[in-house]
Structure formats: structure tokens, C-alpha cells
Write a protein that binds this ligand. Structure first.
Ligand SMILES: CCCCCCCC(=O)SCCNC(=O)CCNC(=O)[C@H](O)C(C)(C)COP(=O)(O)OP(=O)(O)OC[C@H]1O[C@@H](n2cnc3c(N)ncnc32)[C@H](O)[C@@H]1OP(=O)(O)O
Length: 210
């Protein structure tokens, strides 16, 4: 495939992911008595049939550099992230900014697919957002790092349909331990805060030393 074709294909994939996001939103808002339910199920089934021969084997997709390379593996691991992956429809629209000063931030607006209590973002997703952005801040210190501990304070309701500003910074480093703080703001006010510990594994997984 030529570069031009690759670029067109990429744009089509991004558009498809956006449609899938819109579909998730429509699914959670559907009237349960809708007469289009049978046609909806049928059309989605035919979309899945279209994709059947084009999805990569899971073995090739699991992990980053630890992935089984025996099958084809095209595309970025980060594009498939459930929090910021542009090709993962469960990821909300998020553009990450990771800075040299060991900080990371983003903004996003969440719809009904992320609802916990009425009108509020689900607490587990609040924690996921913080974990992810804080993980990227920690990732400016070391490549192979994992969340070891995360404590979230839900100070106020995190609203749906309003722009959220999520930010994180490395607070301090103590040997292997990378301590990170993060927060979510809505209309300029802090609505959730977190503190967490990120650590590299004691040994880098075999085959990932480079
Ligand atoms: C590119 C995309 C980035 C997005 C990132 C998103 C974040 C993620 O999803 S990460 C996935 C979730 N996390 C995981 O799967 C991690 C699972 N855990 C592990 O693999 C291991 O526990 C690992 C590698 C983190 C740490 O292993 P290990 O070093 O053996 O842990 P452990 O010995 O228990 O703790 C290390 C140190 O931290 C200390 N510590 C652990 N927990 C705490 C805590 N809550 N408070 C204070 N200290 C603590 C321990 O006391 C120990 O201290 P010391 O070394 O001084 O004795």
C-alpha cells in the first residue's frame, strides 16, 4: 500500500472509530421500545461479518514489545488504549500532552456511556482517567513502569457533558519509587484528586531489554 493510500486508510479507520464511539453513545440512549431494534441487530451483525477476516489474532495484539510477533501486528499499541486510544471506541476523545517537566495533561468531555450516578462520571472511570494521565507523567521518568498504588479522593461530583481538565505531575522520586499526584478540574475547580506510586518491574521482561 502506498503512503497516500495508507493515509487515506488511516483517516477511514479514525472515522470508523468515531462512528463506533457515536454508536456506543446511541446504544446507551436507545429507547428500549424502539422498533428499529431487529434491524439494528442485523446491521451490526453484518458489520461484524465484514470485519471477521480482517482482525489480527489476539496473540499478536497482547502486550507492547512482549507481543507474539508470529502473526501480523500493525498499528500502535497506544492507539488501542482504553483511555486515550484513538482507534479504541471505548476511549473518549482525549489528546494527551506529555511534557519534559514530568507532567502530563489532557481535556475531555464525557457522555452517557461513562455515567455512574445520574449526571456524574462513574467513579471507576474517574480513577481510570487519573491512573492513565498519572501513568504517563510517571512514564517520563522510566519506560517500564506500572501502577503499584492509587488513592483517589472524590471531592465533588465529576460532571458529564462538561469539559474536564486532567493533569498529573511527578511529586517525588525515591529510589525505584515514582510518586505522582493528579487532579481533575471542572469549570476551574478541583473535583477529584489522586496520589499514586509507580514502579518498574524488578526485572525487565525477557525480550524487552532494548
Ligand atoms: C503507556 C500507557 C501508560 C498507562 C499506564 C496505566 C497504568 C496501568 O494500567 S498499570 C497496570 C496496573 N498495574 C499492574 O498491573 C502492576 C501489578 N504489580 C506489579 O507488577 C508489581 O507489584 C510491581 C512491578 C508494580 C512492583 O513490584 P515490586 O517492586 O516487587 O513491589 P513491592 O516490593 O511490593 O513494592 C515495592 C516498594 O514499594 C513499596 N510500596 C508498595 N505499595 C506501597 C504503598 N501503597 N505505599 C507506600 N509504599 C508502597 C513497598 O513497601 C516496597 O518498598 P521497598 O522497596 O522500600 O521495600
Amino acid at each position: 500500500m502506498s503512503h497516500a493510500d495508507q493515509s487515506v486508510n488511516r483517516q477511514s479507520l479514525l472515522a470508523a472509530a468515531d462512528h463506533a464511539r457515536a454508536l456506543l453513545d446511541a446504544m446507551v440512549r436507545l429507547d428500549e421500545d424502539t422498533p428499529v431494534a431487529p434491524e439494528l441487530a442485523q446491521r451490526l451483525e453484518s458489520v461484524l461479518e465484514l470485519l471477521a477476516d480482517h482482525v489480527q489474532p489476539v496473540e499478536a495484539m497482547v502486550g507492547g514489545r512482549t507481543a507474539d510477533r508470529s502473526g501480523p501486528r500493525k498499528g500502535s499499541y497506544r492507539d488501542r488504549s482504553p483511555i486515550s486510544g484513538v482507534l479504541n471506541p471505548i476511549a473518549p476523545p482525549v489528546t494527551l500532552r506529555v511534557m519534559d517537566d514530568h507532567t502530563a495533561n489532557t481535556t475531555t468531555t464525557l457522555g452517557l456511556a461513562y455515567q455512574g450516578p445520574p449526571g456524574r462520571v462513574h467513579g471507576g472511570f474517574v480513577a481510570s482517567l487519573l491512573d492513565h494521565i498519572m501513568g504517563y507523567a510517571a512514564g517520563t521518568v522510566g519506560t517500564w513502569i506500572f501502577t503499584r498504588s492509587l488513592t483517589v479522593d472524590y471531592d465533588h461530583a465529576v460532571p458529564l457533558f462538561e469539559e474536564l481538565a486532567i493533569s498529573a505531575r511527578v511529586d517525588h522520586i525515591d529510589g525505584r519509587k515514582i510518586w505522582v499526584v493528579g487532579e481533575i478540574r471542572a469549570e476551574g475547580s478541583v473535583v477529584a484528586r489522586a496520589r499514586g506510586l509507580w514502579l518498574p518491574p524488578r526485572a525487565v521482561p525477557k525480550g524487552n531489554e532494548g
